[in-house]
Design a protein. Sequence first.
Length: 124
Amino acid sequence: MRPCGSKAGRLGRKGEQAAVQFLKRAGYHILDRNWRSGHYELDVVAQIGPCVAFVEVRGRCAQSLQSGYDTINRAKKQALSKAIRAYLKRHRWIHSYRFDIISIDWDAQGKISAIRHYESVPLR
């Protein structure tokens, strides 16, 4: 059996797709995926009602000691803030927005064991 980390790229794409499906089932409309501005990226931009959610998708092996939520450090938050500002500059119709995290846990076989959605996460 290969360790979870050896499949990181494939699991990352699979995780983002799972996050999009999770959001759609919850009533969100997906506006963008993997949106880029320079070297900054937003994984998923989704809307529910009047609010736009900028969603960072984080995957971790279920046996990892750190959750996906906890892997977002200050530098990553600063990069996400810059990406969000760039998105808002190009989409001036957005007045209500927030930052969310979807954390996906993978088992040793590469199957999803848990999905957690954290809404309105502070970027400071």
